[in-house]
Design a protein around this ligand. Structure first.
Ligand code: CDP
Length: 808
């Protein structure tokens, strides 16, 4: 006889929220059965490749494609002249600017797309690229945004009127021909007055260098135009497939129902795959022209040199405080280097993303932020890397500002943070720059973190190390990096977040099959985050069917409901909420079916883990499996057959995860070599759906943070040549450099999210970068250092030590 399972056993059997369910995706990934864009092979498929500019700024005098066309196997060579009659030589960017698809008269960055070769195989295409003759006339190159704003050289000639006047940009008036926008938030006058009258003011300039997420898989697509039925199928590495479908429709004029966009498996995105690239447009055009599918996949150098970069923000800050350390005001002016075109994927109203979260975790009464966007001769993009919306820059700014203020006050930076934290009872908290933080308990998290690492003991050890160094007993210094970050994720409420006019809601559609298994389709798309695992867990808890019986499908616009995709840790806050809400609709109908089957009133049954039971008579119940079958097999008066639901969720607010990180680092003063002895990361992402996946997200994000803080950069020389365009020069950490991470958590649910969950994917990167950087700066604090710019590679650290006179 079957033993009746306890309530807990029934709950455990579901594999719902809170359990460390193993990733269902891994069965195919670990056996080489993933299906990535480059795995897509269609009959007769051609291959595209770009001729790219070797110069960062040059006029194009002529393009001769004869030799390339003469090569056996070459089918077409497209230039701007071919695209111009179709109006496709320029395309709109997500930031309201426009970008050349193929060089139209001039090039603005090294690696810019000049011509597109289509050939019978990838190798012929590459050979033909070499045969295209382009005559360039070099122009003066500007890679410094400050110099750009003073230069007579006009980068974007298309944005200057014939009479020399400057038309407004997408975000209002422009101050100079190389200026893109000014964005101002906060109370300038009061902030400047508070700073002018303050007892203590700390001031500094922080440069968050240009870097790149460098996903394992580069960007690519396969465009397949079926001329017989007029349907375009576009496979690609798209983090926002529906948005791409809409953009392709708007650009091409093909009606949206005739476009099917499919994001297959994606090997990491980190924001790099949000935007639209010339490769997509050229492949679509080439497929329409040739009538056969065309594949385009970048190589590593193309990915690093030309696709969406991250950061490149110069942030000048002033922070005011009382002598006791109570912060009274914050001022920030940022010069944002956007490269040759403004192609950020920020929500329309936020030209510098959510940089206005820069008051951080602190109760700062008044603040002011201004951001000036500037054109230079660098690649466009500017949103990516585990924070599409500039939160990483904001958190780096405030967490460095706090450290500099602590130096000014001669105060312990941990204590300075503590006395300025927003208090638990202040939530929901209205920040000076316009956000409403949903929930937080910063003091509890901070105390837990400091206790876990024995903060006092570490400071004592550090003081002893300084003594020993001065006494010549050691050549190693010790840095203690602290960071307390508040993230803003879950874009977002349609009332204030849209991209190209598309409101940033998200969606889930559920179909329960008669035998009690299900498929749920979402408007998001996983790039390694494990959505197929975790969204099934949300549903298992909400609808009482085992997670193993629920398929999660994303990334096919013909089947998935419309959504804005996955980036900026928005999946859990938005699509996760849609999933829970759709699950609740299923449950509401299931309740009516159960009541009918049990011959009681709807209100007399209640949900219990995996079933509806008659209130007060737990032996009378119908399991969700039984209810599912009944939905398809019983004629129930007043209830339609079937069990399906769809939810489009517009979140009332963003979610505000937070965390407390501590890094302990030893630095060899003579070599600049860093050794991370300890890294403790406490994260609070509200309700935790899958603790194992959360831990994986944190390990990955911290490793990317380590990379950025300690060496990774996209560097240019004065001629605009990319100096770090290959993995020989671009730092990608391996197991060798990565420390053992200690993870911890507190749980402060979001009050407005249906299951209380906040996003987590970005947090470790956002919090990790300032933590590593603070550790380096802290190591040299006792020797007079206030701030040194990232990336803190061995050479730069050696130089810092040298400038401080530590080399004798
Ligand atoms: O949008 P993206 O998927 O990149 O970020 P996310 O919403 O932070 O989710 C990353 C992964 O962590 C997903 O598999 C989530 O379901 C999971 N997660 C979780 O288990 N619990 C949370 N509170 C937040 C995310």
């Amino acid at each position: 006889m079957n033993k009746e399972l306890s309530r807990q056993e029934r709950a455990d059997a579901l594999g719902g929220m809170g359990c460390k369910r193993k990733r269902v995706e891994d069965a195919r990934f670990t056996q080489g059965k993933g299906n990535y864009v480059d795995d897509i092979k269609l009959p007769g498929m051609l291959f595209g490749d770009f001729v790219r500019s070797p110069y960062a700024h040059a006029r194009i005098k002529s393009i001769n494609t004869d030799a390339a066309m003469a090569l056996d196997g070459v089918v077409a060579v497209l230039t701007a002249a071919d695209l111009a009659p179709l109006g496709l030589h320029w395309m709109p960017t997500l930031a309201g600017d426009k970008q050349m698809v193929l060089a139209d008269g001039k090039v603005l960055f090294q690696g810019q797309e000049v011509a597109y070769v289509v050939a019978k195989d990838r190798y012929i295409a590459a050979d033909a690229v070499e045969l295209v003759e382009v005559e360039y006339e070099e122009l003066e190159v500007i890679i410094d945004p400050f110099a750009s704003l003073k230069s007579d050289v006009v980068l974007r000639e298309d944005l200057v009127a014939e009479d020399g006047s400057l038309p407004d940009g997408a975000h209002g008036p422009r101050k100079h021909h190389n200026h893109i926008f000014t964005w101002e938030v906060g109370d300038k006058e009061t902030t400047e007055q508070v700073i002018g009258e303050a007892e203590v003011v700390a001031e500094d300039m922080f440069y968050y260098h240009r870097t790149h997420p460098c996903p394992l898989e580069t960007c690519g697509c396969v465009a397949s135009m079926d001329k017989v039925n007029g349907k375009l199928t576009l496979y690609g590495t798209f983090q926002a497939p529906h948005a791409i479908r809409t953009v392709v429709s708007l650009i091409s004029g093909i009606e949206e129902h005739n476009i099917r966009v499919i994001s297959p498996d994606i090997g990491g995105g980190f924001g790099n795959k949000v935007g639209a690239y010339p490769g997509y447009v050229c492949s679509v055009v080439a497929s329409i022209v040739t009538g056969v599918p065309v594949k385009w996949v970048e190589d590593r150098m193309e990915n690093l040199m030309t696709t969406a970069f991250a950061r490149d923000y110069w942030m000048k800050g002033k922070i005011a405080a009382t002598k006791e350390g109570k912060i009274t005001g914050l001022w920030c002016h940022t010069t944002a280097d956007h490269g040759g075109f403004d192609a950020c994927a920020d929500p329309t109203k936020f030209p510098a993303g959510f940089m206005n979260i820069c008051t951080g975790s602190y109760d700062i009464p008044v603040a002011y932020l201004a951001v000036d966007g500037v054109y230079t001769n660098k690649a466009p993009g500017g949103v990516s890397y585990r924070c599409s919306f500039r939160v990483t820059e904001a958190v780096y700014f405030i967490e460095r500002m706090i450290e500099v203020l602590a130096i000014e006050l001669n105060m312990d930076p941990a204590e300075l943070r503590r006395i300025n934290f927003i208090k638990k009872e202040q939530f929901p908290y209205q920040s000076a720059l316009g956000w409403e933080y949903d929930s937080g308990d910063y003091h509890t998290a901070w105390d837990k973190a400091l206790e876990a690492v024995d903060y006092k003991g570490l400071r004592a050890e550090q003081a002893q190390r300084v003594e020993d160094f001065k006494a010549g007993k050691t050549r190693s210094l010790m840095g203690i990096g602290l960071t307390f970050f508040t993230e803003i994720v879950g874009a977002g409420p349609v009332k204030n977040c849209d991209i190209l006019g598309l409101g940033m809601f998200d969606s889930c559609e559920i179909r329960i099959h008669p035998t009690g298994s299900a498929i749920a389709r979402l408007g998001t798309i996983s790039q390694g985050q494990g959505h197929a695992t975790t969204f099934a867990q949300i549903l298992a808890t909400e609808i009482g069917l085992p997670a193993d019986s629920i398929t999660i499908e994303e990334g096919d616009t013909d089947t998935a409901p419309y959504g804005l995709g996955t980036y900026g840790s928005r999946s859990t806050p938005v699509a996760g909420a849609a999933t829970a809400m759709a699950g609740r609709k299923i449950r509401a109908k299931a309740q009516m079916i159960a009541a009918y089957l049990l011959e009681v009133h709807d209100d007399d049954v209640e949900f219990d883990v995996d079933r509806f039971v008659v209130k007060g008579a737990p032996e009378k119940f119908k399991t969700m499996k039984e209810i599912a079958f009944a939905a398809y097999n019983q004629a129930i008066p007043g209830i339609e057959p079937g069990l399906e639901a769809v939810s489009y969720y517009d979140p009332p607010n963003m979610t505000y995860p937070f965390g407390a990180y501590v890094c302990v680092m030893d630095i060899d003063v003579d070599t600049g070599v860093t050794d991370i002895r300890r890294f403790y990361a406490l994260d609070d992402c509200g309700t935790r759906i899958n603790p194992m996946i959360i831990e994986g997200q944190i390990h990955g994000g911290l490793t990317e943070a380590l990379a950025v803080a300690l060496g990774q950069e996209i560097a240019y020389d004065d001629m605009g040549n990319v100096k770090t365009g290959t993995l020989m020069d671009f730092f990608l950490p391996t197991a060798w450099e990565v420390p053992n991470y200690e993870t911890d958590h507190t749980v402060t649910p979001s009050p407005h999210h249906p299951i209380g969950a906040k996003g987590v994917g970005e947090s470790p990167h956002v919090g990790g970068v300032p933590c590593f950087s603070n550790a380096v700066n802290d190591a040299f604090k006792a020797f007079g250092l206030r701030h040194t710019h990232m990336p803190h590679d061995h050479w730069r650290i050696w130089q810092t030590a040298n400038k401080l006179g530590l080399h004798g």
